[in-house]
Design a protein around this ligand. Structure first.
Ligand code: NAD
Ligand code: ZN
Length: 375
């Protein structure tokens, strides 16, 4: 365990040690059907409409949609995941909802991956907090408790179901950052591994790896939390079992990966990521690469920083025969490289966690551009 000096401590100490976890968690194949009872009891406590955010993949999956028993006065928003969530999108959805009714919804339900869950969390936050999404990108800026939130992940890895953040890109300043707050944490989650059976193989790996990457980054960082470490160690072990097995998508592996995702999310709520995420965020902001794929691309350049994990990661890629693009940072002009640098270096907390308070002396512009050139 590394000791933090007082400067690092002041950068990394944000009060997140007093951990707030998800209110309730249901687990099991077919458990999505429990949503009806949960919503009924919720509507008794606070009458009103329920707003469903559903990944657009499920739009024509009539059996699933019908099983939700969505009522006439409820609202369904299908979330397009082609682009990652922006602050602009969140503000727009907030306006649509408030124009229809200013009454606080009974609940907000998210059914989808990290993008859909984050959109739902962010909109819920804005319904009870004045101002715009960008006003709350940071740590503990939300003032008011939000709408009751239920999340049902349909792909495993980001841990958005259990984290205290919802990540958005602010297109005006290129900042990719979430609303880190206890108020962002879901009140209820339903973990139904059956839902992940339809995820395409490569996407399943890219997103699943987010749990592995969150966990090793936090274990390798300076900032330690014993509970976070326990979550991370377990999440990594499960990811190893899943991704080093013959078929990562068996029923058992899908079930286990859903647990790893949940644990990885709990871990990150008590700690910080490291080098991979700032570089990955820059790829998302500047080149539009989706988060989890961007992480995997960044891993191409991580041998120097995370030697053992680098080797294990590429073993897993080979074992599962997964496609990770290469050469995406070749032939970029100076302006784009500048943007990649700027969008990396602004992530003070994870970089301090990984490299120490003088991270800017290690992660110089030249070094960062050299790292991108390896991707
Ligand atoms: P995603 O939600 O963007 O979905 C990825 C793709 O998988 C989409 O095409 C989607 O339609 C498809 N998909 C989802 N479920 C499916 C299913 N059951 N069958 C078939 N296709 C399915 O992907 P993601 O990787 O889960 O989330 C990435 C987002 O999560 C990024 O925006 C990232 O910033 C965010 N994130 C948030 C946190 C957090 O703590 N809030 C943590 C990490 C990442
Ligand atoms: Zn991540």
């Amino acid at each position: 365990m590394k000791n933090l000096n007082s400067k690092i401590n002041s950068i990394l100490s944000t009060g997140i040690k007093n951990v707030h976890n998800v209110g309730r968690c249901l687990f099991g194949n077919g458990s999505i059907l429990e949503i009806n009872e949960i919503i009924n009891s919720r509507k008794k406590k606070l009458p009103g409409r329920v707003i469903f955010f559903i990944d657009i993949f499920f739009k024509d999956k009539t059996k699933l949609i019908q099983s939700l028993n969505i009522e006439n006065n409820d609202k369904t928003i299908f979330v397009d995941t082609i682009k990652e969530p922006t602050t602009l999108l969140i503000n727009q959805i907030r306006d649509i909802i408030l124009n229809e009714s200013t009454k606080k919804p009974s609940a907000i339900v998210a059914i989808g991956g990290g993008s859909t869950m984050d959109v739902a969390k962010a909109v819920a936050n804005l319904l009870t907090n004045p101002g715009n999404a960008e006003d709350y990108q940071g740590w503990d800026l939300l003032k008011n408790p939000t709408v009751y939130k239920i999340a049902i992940p349909t792909i495993s890895g980001t841990g958005s179901e259990s984290t205290r953040t919802c990540v958005m890109i602010n297109p005006s300043n290129g900042l990719k950052l979430g609303m880190n707050s206890d108020f962002t944490v879901n009140n209820q989650i339903i973990l139904d591994p059956e839902l992940t059976s339809t995820v395409p193989k490569d996407q399943y790996f890219w997103t699943g790896m987010d749990a592995y990457i969150h966990s090793f980054e936090s274990l390798e960082g300076a900032y330690r939390n014993p509970i976070g470490d326990a979550y991370s160690n377990q999440a990594i072990q499960i990811c190893r079992n899943v991704f080093l097995s013959k078929d990562m998508k068996t029923e058992e592996n899908r079930s286990n990966l859903m647990v790893a995702s949940y644990l990885g999310g709990c871990a990150i709520a008590t700690s910080y990521v490291g080098i991979v995420h700032p570089l990955s965020a820059a790829l998302s902001v500047v080149l539009g690469t989706h988060h989890c794929l961007a992480n995997c691309i960044v891993m191409r350049a991580m041998e120097e920083f995370y030697k053992k994990t680098y080797k294990e990661f590429w073993n897993m890629v080979e074992k599962q025969n997964v496609y990770i693009p290469t050469g995406i940072c070749q032939n970029l002009n100076e302006e784009v490289l500048d943007k990649l640098y700027e969008s990396t270096i602004i992530h003070e907390k994870p970089l301090t966690n990984a490299l120490g308070e003088d991270y800017k002396n290690i992660f110089t512009k030249k070094k960062i551009i050299q790292i991108f050139s390896k991707m």
